[in-house]
Design a binder for this molecule. Structure first.
Ligand code: KMH
Ligand code: ZN
Length: 275
């Protein structure tokens, strides 16, 4: 089995300091959380950014400021800026971080429920996002919240409308209104992707660590972080993203998977060596 790539989704667009005071808003807080995750064993940071008051934003300048500040502290970390942003943002707004030519960025693979709201990703939007990533040489991480999202993105890839093999998928399971975070659902989704692809599992809320354990033994990779789950265990808030990553590292060690460094993760994902 390949070494385990851990992604830390340190911030997200929805969670707040009211829910967990360690949720980062400012540039300094975002750097602090990225560093804590990296030092605990994360090779990748999935990045959303906020205004200082916590409002989610896809502003290019704010992304640039955060990316530069993170890279100053941890130059080799792999950053995956979000093009999902927050529910209700326009496609143009969401695409702004791609103008910074990141190595990778998320590409969300279909419209779905998102709690009480609808997260819109129409086929024309996905074609636009794919075109931008092809033009800017960005490797997408394909975010699949539902089974149909996999087939949708594979069809677009077959037509050359989004980047193709080797593809990296992230199965985000347990979002209210979407596919439940069960091992059966994860295993079924993993079977749908082409040989040679890589994949990550993200369990939302209390599913975070059970799904991480499943991905570890199945040979996949793991995402954890405040975007997905604020608790270290039932009733115990995590003090940092690093604490969540450290728990995955402990699980992996117990289960016999070694942890990938950023350089090893780049090799596994087919990225160029650290710029
Ligand atoms: N904030 C969610 C509505 C992504 O980063 O690409 C979408 C999201 C997905 O977080
Ligand atoms: Zn995200």
């Amino acid at each position: 089995m390949e070494k385990l790539i851990i992604t830390a989704a340190i911030c997200g667009a929805e969670v707040t300091k009211e829910q967990n005071p360690a949720v980062p808003y400012t540039v300094e807080e975002i750097v602090r959380e990225a560093k804590s995750a990296y030092e605990a064993g994360a090779a990748i940071v999935h990045l959303h950014v906020r205004r200082d008051d916590g409002t989610p934003t896809q502003d290019k300048a704010r992304f640039q400021e955060c990316i530069e500040a993170i890279k100053k502290e941890i130059p080799d970390v792999i950053l995956i800026p979000s093009t999902g942003g927050a529910v209700g943002m326009s496609a143009e707004e969401r695409l702004q971080p791609t103008e910074l030519f990141p190595e990778m960025a998320t590409l969300d693979c279909g419209t779905c429920n998102f709690g009480d709201e609808v997260f819109e990703n129409t086929l024309p939007m996905m074609r636009d996002f794919g075109k931008r990533m092809l033009e800017n040489h960005i490797k997408p991480e394909y975010e699949c919240f539902e089974l149909g999202h996999i087939d949708t993105i594979l069809r677009l890839a077959k037509k050359g409308e989004v980047p193709g093999a080797p593809m990296q998928f992230n199965f985000v399971l347990g979002v209210p209104g979407c596919t439940p975070a069960t091992v059966e659902n994860l295993a079924f989704m993993v079977r749908q992707i082409p040989a040679g692809s890589t994949w990550t599992a993200t369990g939302i809320g209390r599913a975070a660590f059970p799904l991480a354990a499943a991905a570890i033994v199945m040979g996949g990779n793991v995402r954890v972080g405040f975007e997905d789950n604020l608790y270290l265990e039932k009733g115990v808030l995590a003090g940092s993203n690093g604490e969540l990553v450290a728990k995955v590292v402990r699980l992996a060690k117990e289960l016999g998977r070694e942890i990938a460094s950023p350089a090893e993760a780049r090799k596994i994902l087919g990225l160029l060596p650290s710029p």
